[in-house]
Design a protein around this ligand. Structure first.
Ligand SMILES: [Ca+2]
Length: 112
């Protein structure tokens, strides 16, 4: 699914496309993604033309934990750019065209 479809999928399931805010969350996301063995979208999207990314709650990605693969973020082509986790890079982060096809990692809040 595209990044937008992944975002919608998570919302339909009562959650949101995951932000990754700590090594612990990275480890959980990596384990989930490994189970399905596909590249996965996470909830970051680029704003502006520089390498600035926001999580869906508008928090700047660079303001806390990051796990970009070496040389990333780097996306030469234009268009909207979103964040994903790449199998071959041990699920470290990449930026890619939002219309690429990947799985998704959702965060779903527990009902208390
Ligand atoms: Ca990239």
């Amino acid at each position: 699914m595209t990044w937008y479809q992944a975002k919608e999928y998570c919302e339909e399931h009562g959650g949101y496309l995951a932000d990754i805010l700590s090594q612990e969350e990275q480890d959980i996301a990596t384990e989930l993604a490994s189970n399905v063995n596909v590249n996965v979208w996470i909830g970051g999207i680029r704003y502006g033309t520089q390498n600035h990314f926001l999580w869906l709650d508008q928090t700047p990605v660079e303001s806390s934990y990051t796990n970009w693969y070496q040389g990333q973020p780097y996306h030469a082509a234009g268009g909207t750019v979103c964040m994903n986790m790449i199998i071959e890079w041990n699920y470290r982060w990449n930026d890619a065209s939002c219309s690429s096809l990947c799985g998704s990692i959702c965060k779903i809040k527990e009902q208390l």
